[in-house]
Design a protein around this ligand. Structure first.
Ligand SMILES: [Ca+2]
Length: 195
């Protein structure tokens, strides 16, 4: 998958607090001050199914003293949202299979205009995820049909920093690291008519 090869210093990982039941909107708190590698610190993710819409929305809040961004030259923040109807995780604790979307700080403005991609191990859809950003919240909204309209949805958010040396465009400096995970993916039950 496109993001697996990223040179990513993973600095914050939010996996929620386990099962959550049968509500239209869930807010998942994450610890403050646990980001490493100078990445934004996730403080909460809110998941909801907007009324009357065939969509699902993830609002990822970061601590306001370190906004999601990039210096457009030597580093960029990156966030990935992984979605699956299966809670199975790999040896790193990441959801296996499923769908991934995300955005880099360096491309944030363009993706607010055009949308972000959605990928699986086998497929890629361009510009299908709406992206909205304000000072401390990144919001992803996508059509639930694209992820096979699951009722029981498991998800993870990963946030980190990619660094470049600034002299050789595209030359990544840092190794690819993922933290040990100590929590299962968060669970959201989609309650919506139709779809
Ligand atoms: Ca955090």
């Amino acid at each position: 998958m496109w993001w697996r090869s990223a040179s990513l210093v993973l600095a914050a990982l939010l996996v929620g607090t386990g099962s959550s039941v049968a509500v239209a909107e869930d807010r998942y708190e994450d610890a403050l001050g646990d980001a490493t590698g100078d990445a934004p610190d996730i403080v909460a993710v809110t998941v909801d199914v907007p009324d009357g819409e065939p969509t699902i929305r993830f609002a990822i809040e970061v601590a306001p003293d370190r906004p999601f961004g990039s210096d457009m030259k030597t580093w960029t923040d990156v966030v990935f949202l992984i979605l699956s109807d299966d809670p199975t995780v790999d040896e790193r604790g990441l959801l296996e299979g499923g769908f991934t979307t995300g955005v880099h700080g360096v491309n944030l403005e363009a993706q607010e205009q055009a949308g972000a991609l959605l990928s699986t191990m086998d497929d890629l859809w361009w510009y299908v995820v709406d992206v909205d950003a304000d000072e401390d919240t990144l919001t992803f909204t996508l059509d639930r049909k694209l992820i096979d309209s699951p009722t029981d949805l498991y998800w993870q958010v990963l946030m980190g920093v990619e660094r470049f040396d600034g002299s050789d465009e595209g030359d990544e400096m840092e190794g690819d690291t993922y933290p040990e995970l100590d929590q299962p993916p968060a669970h959201y039950r989609v309650i919506a008519a139709g779809y």
